[in-house]
Design a protein around this ligand. Structure first.
Ligand code: GDP
Ligand code: MG
Length: 140
């Protein structure tokens, strides 16, 4: 397995409840390293671009409104098999289906307000990281 980087967002439902450190503890306990991190308020345009793949879905407008409703923490995570590993650590999109101990099982409020985003492929991780970080902001 290769050392990879993935892109993570701690979503507004989690920052609102002061859970940034709690989410980070789960990430670090899983062996992923936080090699870049910053707190930002996403603009509508940023959220629309980030979730453009979902623009035809019925929940797109709600999703953009949610993602811009408060601060998020954007991160780059590094480790062995980081993309798939972080998907496992987050758990299923719908917290009702998420496994015990996952971020979404522990913290998510709903299928939309589900506390975390993680890239679904190495290629998408590269695109997503570049949307939020300059190369010199990532320190491995
Ligand atoms: P993910 O890769 O597990 O985050 O899931 P998706 O890429 O399918 O969806 C992106 C995000 O859209 C999810 O993390 C949720 O925040 C939101 N979302 C997904 N499905 C639904 C839905 O059926 N209804 C609503 N309101 N939001 C959803
Ligand atoms: Mg997705």
């Amino acid at each position: 397995m290769a050392i990879e980087r993935t892109f993570s967002i701690i979503k507004p439902d989690a920052t609102r409840r002061n859970l940034t450190g709690a989410v980070n503890a789960v990430i670090e306990k899983a062996g992923l390293r936080i090699v870049a991190q910053k707190r930002v308020l996403m603009t509508k345009a940023q959220a629309e671009t980030f979730y453009a793949v979902h623009k035809e879905r019925p929940f797109f407008g709600d999703l953009v409104a949610f993602m811009t409703s408060g601060p998020v923490v954007v991160q780059v995570l590094e480790g062995e098999d980081a993309v798939a590993k972080y998907r496992d650590v987050m758990g299923a999109t719908n917290p009702a289906n998420a496994a015990e101990g996952t971020i979404r099982k522990l913290f998510a409020e709903s299928i939309e307000a589900n506390s975390a985003h993680g890239s679904d492929s190495v290629d998408n991780a590269k695109v997503e990281i570049a949307q939020f970080f300059a190369g010199n902001e990532i320190v491995g």
